[in-house]
Design a protein around this ligand. Structure first.
Ligand code: BG6
Length: 464
């Protein structure tokens, strides 16, 4: 009983949130590079050019590009079995539409991946995590079918180049974020539903083609969906609340439904019909979607929601989703996210029941402010959060028989927040001395949670 022997313990990051070096060695501008810093009360602005008097947190981030050796050594010291990171598309194809990749961009990831392998850390690569080359804006980004070809060329380049070294892949981070944060998901500046649904359609086609290509290039490749873990409870047993909750879940779940089943669910087709939205379907697309179903289901898990008859659509606040209801039975983080460890067991069961595919938790953690006292960070609140979540994940394995492949906590090293652009919303076992304006030495300091997580991994989750 307990976690399987080959359980993939580790951590997860995204290139734009850690690397910095935003124009080095041939890298082009990405959509993430155009986002200024925000806060829980100030939305991040998206500028069309880099404005010299504004602060863009991804440009330097935590300078992982120059310090990856130190960072991977720290992950190895914690005993990571797996490291989930993303490749910055604009390092490999700076404008997105080139025919030949940037050799220096590939060389950076060669060094990173080889170092992981030397330390017995299994790389799990997210092909697209909240950044698209800005050069694709002239095509209308994912609204244009041409971008499918550019993405496929990029994905095939990675599959070929890292063949035999990388076996686990995710085609798009949190693909359902197209509905809530279209700029992050696909460089889409419009909030028009028809535009978002067109862009999502193209991402499904691109993902399916990439899955097929990935399998053809290397039979050992395992390629997954990555769902932004929005799980919602009905506000009450009032049938109208149940339906309101179901409607919300459908808006989120149709994304992994398409990627896991290979076709659009009827509820989504009917909704699109009511909205007078016509998808840009080409004759061979049904076959493409069917041939490109994923091998496993991965998701991020931070919180749960409550929805009901008053939930209208998907409303995004500055810090996350606003559904119109709050759960009185759970606490909330300082950033307002509803902390629900038991919901993780529910989520794991929910996804496994729905898809019958192996499941992996590829993001989970507590974003919290940390204080350095005499060079130390006593983050017992973070340990507490993770302990409770890991223990519920264990129940899903032990009591419910869910085949959970692994667990990579979000931001094992402090990084830039995707939603607010802050540095002070910290998730790491490793503190990084950078503040919300980008000031600081970038020195790395182990927090108390560092030794705790190391022990969790060393005991394969027995000692929490
Ligand atoms: C997920 C993203 O949505 O949540 C990450 O995949 C992100 O990129 C993480 O950083 C945590 O969100 P935030 O807004 O606290 O950084």
């Amino acid at each position: 009983m307990g976690f399987p022997d080959n359980f993939l313990w580790g951590g997860a990051t995204a290139a734009n949130q850690i690397e910095g070096a935003y124009l080095e060695e041939g890298k082009g501008l990405s959509t993430a590079d155009m986002m200024t810093a925000g806060s829980p009360t100030l939305k991040r602005a998206i500028t069309s050019v880099i404005e010299s008097d504004r602060y863009y947190p991804t440009h330097e981030a935590i300078d992982h590009y120059h310090r990856f050796e130190e960072d991977i050594a720290l992950f190895a010291e914690m005993g990571f079995k797996c490291y989930r990171f993303s490749i910055a598309w604009s390092r490999i194809f700076p404008q997105g539409d080139e025919t030949e990749p940037n050799a220096k961009g590939l060389a950076f990831y060669d060094r990173l991946i080889d170092l992981c392998l030397e330390n017995d850390i299994e790389p799990l690569v997210t092909i697209s995590h909240f950044e698209n080359p800005m050069g694709l804006q002239k095509y209308g980004s994912w609204e244009n079918r041409k971008v499918v070809d550019f993405y496929l060329r990029y994905a095939e380049t990675l599959f070929e180049h890292f063949k035999g070294r990388v076996r686990y892949w995710l085609t798009f981070n949190e693909i359902n974020v197209m509905s809530t944060m279209p700029w992050n998901a696909g460089g889409i500046a419009s909030s028009d539903e028809a535009v978002k649904m067109t862009a999502a359609y193209h991402q499904f086609i691109a993902s399916a083609l990439a899955v097929k290509a990935g399998h053809e290039i290397d039979l050992d490749n395992k390629i997954g969906t990555m769902y932004a873990g929005h799980f919602s409870y009905p506000n009450s047993c009032d049938p109208d609340d149940i339906q309101g909750n179901e409607d919300f879940m459908h808006k989120m779940l149709f994304y992994p439904d398409v990627q896991c089943r290979g076709y659009y669910p009827n509820y989504k087709l009917k909704e699109l019909e009511r909205q007078h939205i016509t998808l840009p379907v080409l004759p061979a697309d049904a076959e493409i979607l069917k041939a490109g179903v994923v091998d496993f289901v991965s998701f991020s898990y931070y919180m749960t929601h409550v929805c009901g008859k008053n939930t209208t659509g998907i409303l995004r606040g500055l810090n996350g989703l606003e559904t119109g209801y709050k759960n009185p039975h759970i606490e909330r983080s300082a950033w307002g996210w509803g902390i629900d460890p038991k919901g993780l067991r529910y989520a794991l069961n929910y996804l496994y029941d729905r898809y019958q595919l192996p499941v992996m938790v590829v993001e989970n953690g507590l974003g919290a402010a940390d204080t350095v006292v005499d060079g130390k960070i006593h983050d017992d609140y973070r340990i507490d959060y993770l302990r409770q979540h890991i223990s519920e994940m264990r129940k899903a394995i032990d009591l419910d028989g869910v085949p959970v492949m692994g667990y990579t906590s979000w931001g094992p090293i402090d990084l830039i927040s995707a939603s607010t652009g802050e540095m002070s919303k910290r998730y790491g076992f490793i503190y990084v001395d950078v503040d919300d304006e980008g000031n600081g030495t970038k020195q790395r300091i182990k927090k108390d949670s560092f030794a705790w997580y190391k022990q969790v991994i060393a005991t394969n989750g027995e000692d929490l």
